[in-house]
Design a protein. Structure first.
Length: 226
């Protein structure tokens, strides 16, 4: 059975350190020591701009963001501009698709399915929306997805809004989309604890990708960067 190591970080991680963690995980997966590594964390406030651009969808000047303590980072993931911050679960699956299905579109649909099935456990109906990657509740996007694949090993992943600061999303056109809104889980499930959601997302990944999940701490990745 395929093996995936799961590492959860309890304190917010800067986006730069998140990239370093992904690189460490990538090297382990590429070496064949695991079929996948699941990094689960929250970021300190940051707007990330993907390989499809997105600066034009930033609605304020960079100095305004600096005064608010929000970074701007460019990244290799697909997609447009998006926001990460406290109250949002970020999942970085570093997966060797050579052990699964070598198809990026299949992989994106699997990520969407992981979110949809996780939401079902809390009585919510998440849906796909034609022409857009991600998961929606009605016309509001609750999970954004953007990936990068190198040698059939994946990086980046998905973000699921739990109790995120939606005012920060108001500073951009999220993912370049102007006709729809943004959702956060606390608007529908006020009493659900973060760890319950994290556990459900983790277990759903194991089921969908048919992997044995093994919990590890950050020392598994090697050199400590946090």
């Amino acid at each position: 059975m395929r093996t995936c190591y799961v590492i959860q970080f309890d304190n917010p991680v800067t986006y730069a350190n998140g990239l370093k963690l992904q690189k460490q995980a990538f090297d382990i997966v590429r070496s064949g020591r695991a079929d996948g590594i699941l990094l689960m964390l929250q970021h300190s406030p940051v707007f990330t701009i993907g390989s499809n651009g997105g600066v034009e969808n930033l609605l304020v000047q960079p100095d305004v963001l600096s005064s608010m303590g929000i970074e701007i980072c460019y990244t290799s993931r697909g997609g447009n501009i998006t926001y990460h911050g406290p109250g949002q679960l970020v999942v970085y699956p570093i997966m060797n698709l050579n052990s699964f299905v070598k198809d990026t579109h299949w992989y994106l649909r699997q990520l969407e399915t992981a979110v949809i099935k996780s939401l079902e456990a809390f009585g919510l109906e998440g849906k796909r929306k034609e022409k857009y990657t991600g998961v929606w509740i009605g016309d509001n996007k609750i999970a954004a997805i953007g990936v990068h694949v190198k040698k059939w090993i994946t990086m980046h992943g998905l973000s699921l809004n739990l109790h995120v600061n939606k005012e920060h999303f108001g500073l951009i056109n999220p993912c370049g989309i102007v006709e729809f809104g943004v959702a956060s889980l606390n608007e529908y499930c006020e009493t659900v604890e973060d760890q319950m959601i994290i556990n459900k997302v983790r277990d759903t990944f194991g089921d969908i990708f048919d992997m044995r999940l093994i919990q590890k701490d950050a020392f598994f990745l090697g050199e400590q960067i946090l």
